[in-house]
Design a protein around this ligand. Structure first.
Ligand code: AMP
Length: 404
């Protein structure tokens, strides 16, 4: 199947060609013609499947056929996090480069003034996180009654983050005559219920079974022991030392390092820097400007190791990321899938390693159950994990300084 067979207009096809895509991904093959036909979509797809282009490309074509009025945008994309919203906005610019569509990115943590200016210009598309959007509606800055296309992306994440009441309120502000595209990586009962309420006769599209890690990700589990290697379990210091050993064994090009707690994000980041690694951190307590700066540097390759929390890293789309390291085993099994899905994207191979201590047994069991297999154990210092070797990394780090 070729992009030209999906019914997209010439300008969008040209932009897709410029982006370097030649073959549409399965979700794009299934979703694009349906969206162009005006159907509602219930998409069960994880990030990395190309779902963003799956809804953005046909939306651009549809929106190109009309014009928005001031304060009354014609379409709305809801995203759970600011980073994800900013990323979708970037996608809109890339795929819409041959159109004159306007957008407004409405996210918290930054000044409202600029956002209000953009709303007043009459944007074709709003890309928003629920809190800021409701804030602007409540202040009378925005009317959603003209929104004829609604995208709810990463619905299961919205649920985890407690945004569902906000989402329900927002949907109540839209006209009932609209097209709704609803995406979620997993479909727990609460998400099904919402889909039943929000969608009319949707085309259901499932591109990978819920919560199946991308097949292009090679996974490994490292059990951390105390210094003498005999006692099970291990402290933070042992974990950090093990992580460094693993990193040295792996030739990392760029990696996300996940911690469960914000506090540990800072500690691990400082430790990595002390040991001469090119590291930075990303967590929910940072202001939006610093978050964007860090992300930008990471994307440009100016930062090699990004230490982060789940919320901050949700949905990040970074090209060619070679590795994901779970410094902590996630306590929600779904987060494991989301985390390792940050690598191995769009058919490229990635490597994901998890550090665990004896106390993590119940979380590992939940992950085993969710992904349908055990994470293969890795013998540190011995044979590397199965799969082709990881890419060479330019060695830039000076001698390690203090321990821990
Ligand atoms: P997403 O699942 O939307 O986060 O997309 C994952 C990655 O796949 C992004 O880096 C996209 O730029 C890329 N991508 C989307 N569609 C295609 C395609 N048809 N061919 C190659 N890469 C794609």
């Amino acid at each position: 199947m070729n992009f030209t067979e999906l019914g997209l207009g010439d300008e969008v096809l040209r932009a897709v060609g410029d982006a370097g895509y030649t073959i549409p991904t399965p979700i794009q093959v299934q979703a694009i013609p349906m969206v162009l036909m005006g159907r509602d979509i219930l998409g069960c797809a994880q990030t990395g499947t190309g779902k963003t282009a799956g809804f953005t490309l046909p939306m651009i074509d549809i929106l190109a056929q009309g014009r928005a009025k001031a304060r009354m945008p014609r379409s709305l994309i809801l995203e759970p996090t600011r980073e994800l919203a900013a990323q979708v906005a970037e996608n809109f610019d890339i795929y819409g480069k041959y159109h004159k569509l306007t957008k407004a990115l409405l996210i918290g943590g930054v000044s409202m003034a600029e956002q209000i200016k953009n709303i007043d210009k009459g944007p074709d598309v709003l890309i928003a996180t629920p809190g800021r959007l409701l804030d602007l509606c409540d202040r009378g800055r925005l009317l959603l009654t003209d929104c004829k296309i609604l995208v709810i992306d990463e619905a299961d994440r919205m649920l985890d983050m407690g945004f569902i009441p906000d989402v329900e309120r927002i949907v109540g502000l839209l006209s009932k005559i609209r097209q709704t595209l609803f995406f979620s990586a997993t479909m727990p009962p609460e998400i099904r219920r919402l889909a039943d309420v929000f969608l009319i006769n949707p085309k259901q599209i499932t591109v990978a079974p819920p919560a199946t890690p991308a097949e292009t990700v090679i996974q490994g589990l490292v059990m951390v022991t105390h210094g003498d290697g005999r006692r099970p379990g291990g402290g933070q210091k042992e974990k950090r030392a093990t992580l460094r050993q693993l990193i040295e064994q792996e030739n990392v090009k760029n990696a996300l390092l996940f911690c469960n707690r914000k506090r540990d994000v800072s500690i691990l980041c400082r430790s990595m820097m002390r040991h001469g690694y090119n590291a930075a951190q990303l967590h929910g307590d940072m202001d939006q400007t610093s978050r964007m700066e860090v992300l930008d540097k990471f994307k440009k390759g100016e930062i090699t190791f990004l230490v982060c929390s789940d919320v901050a890293a949700r949905g990040l789309d970074i090209q060619n990321m070679s590795h994901v390291f779970n410094f902590d085993v996630p306590t929600h099994a779904e987060d494991y899938v989301h985390r390792i899905g940050r690598t191995g994207r769009a058919g490229r191979e990635g490597r994901a390693f998890t550090l665990a201590v004896a106390e993590d047994a119940k979380y590992l069991a939940a992950i085993t159950q969710l992904i349908g297999k055990r994470i293969p154990p890795v013998n540190l210092g011995g044979e590397a994990v199965a799969g082709p070797p990881a890419p060479e990394r330019p060695r830039e780090r000076p001698e390690a300084a203090e321990a821990g």
